[in-house]
Design a protein around this ligand. Structure first.
Ligand code: SF4
Length: 272
């Protein structure tokens, strides 16, 4: 396959009229991967089983909270397992799922079974307060000079004390409180997007982390609301956008990102 030549001094940023956290963080991880995905619009022809599993867990959790939000009882285990496999299949239809060493559909199914059991038994699955949104898209012209910022928030819950903004992560190992704090930029952006959702109510930020281990653990980890960090996150996004508009694309090889990158062939052929 011939790699696309990048001859323009100025890139034509995405056709979309918005920019997401996911796009910005893709650029931060590897500018060339961003180029292939968001400028050239190349299809991701494969995805890792780890990403597909995480996405399918999101589908099951989304179904669970959607039912609670409309006042229905919590779905049973098999219903969530079906939602998991629906999510898995929808990913398999758009990109080949690359199973890892020793993985097969049977082992994926067993992991899903354990994760769903742990999720249903967790406090996270029974939130106190009123669910206001599940996979809720918030959009706002938040940062001058950028298109609208679009955030998809996994779960929004209103309690008497606060508005909780929760992002779900699936992980190989448990997160420490420090790791949650370090990863908090995404939540800072969501805090800025949600600031007028319930005027006057303080915002609490949390990661819900589900491990894909032999004995899965489901934990919620708070991230401190911090106006200075919120402002900094927006300034970083503005800098990244400037680099994108200037057409600054180059590979940023990494032993963790490259093996699962769907654009390895294009990347190897790319000559700058
Ligand atoms: S293979 Fe690695 S360096 Fe190349 S585009 Fe993908 S992530 Fe970037």
């Amino acid at each position: 396959m011939i790699a696309p030549a990048i001859t323009k001094s100025l890139a034509t940023p995405v056709q979309r009229d918005y920019v997401s956290w996911s796009a910005i963080s893709t650029y931060q991880q590897c500018p060339l991967r961003y180029y292939f995905r968001y400028i050239e619009g190349l299809e991701e022809t494969f995805t890792s089983a780890s990403l597909a599993l995480g996405g399918a867990v999101h589908s099951a959790v989304e179904h669970h909270f959607n039912e609670l939000m409309v006042g229905n009882p919590a779905p049973d285990h098999d219903t969530l397992l079906n939602a998991f496999w629906d999510g898995w299949r929808s990913r398999a239809e758009t990109a080949a799922i690359q199973l890892g060493k020793g993985e097969d559909l049977d082992s994926i199914g067993k992991t899903a079974d354990r994760v769903i059991a742990a999720f249903r038994a967790s406090e996270f699955a029974q939130p106190q307060g009123r669910i206001l949104g599940v996979e809720e898209e918030l959009r706002s012209p938040l940062i001058p000079g950028l298109p609208d910022i679009l955030g998809r928030i996994d779960l929004i819950v209103e309690t008497d004390e606060a508005l909780k903004i929760i992002d779900l992560k699936t992980a190989r190992t448990r997160w420490s409180t420090e790791q949650a704090e370090r990863s908090g930029e995404q939540l800072m952006l969501y805090a800025a997007l949600a600031k007028d959702l319930v005027p006057g109510k303080p915002i609490q930020l949390e990661f819900a982390v589900v491990t894909k281990t032999a004995s899965p653990v489901v934990e919620t980890l708070p991230v401190a609301w911090d106006q200075r960090r919120i402002d900094r996150t927006q300034r970083v996004m503005a800098k990244v956008w400037s680099a994108i508009e200037a057409g600054s694309f180059f590979p940023a090889p990494s032993p963790t990102a490259c093996p699962t990158c769907p654009f390895r062939t294009e990347c190897e052929a790319w000559q700058g």
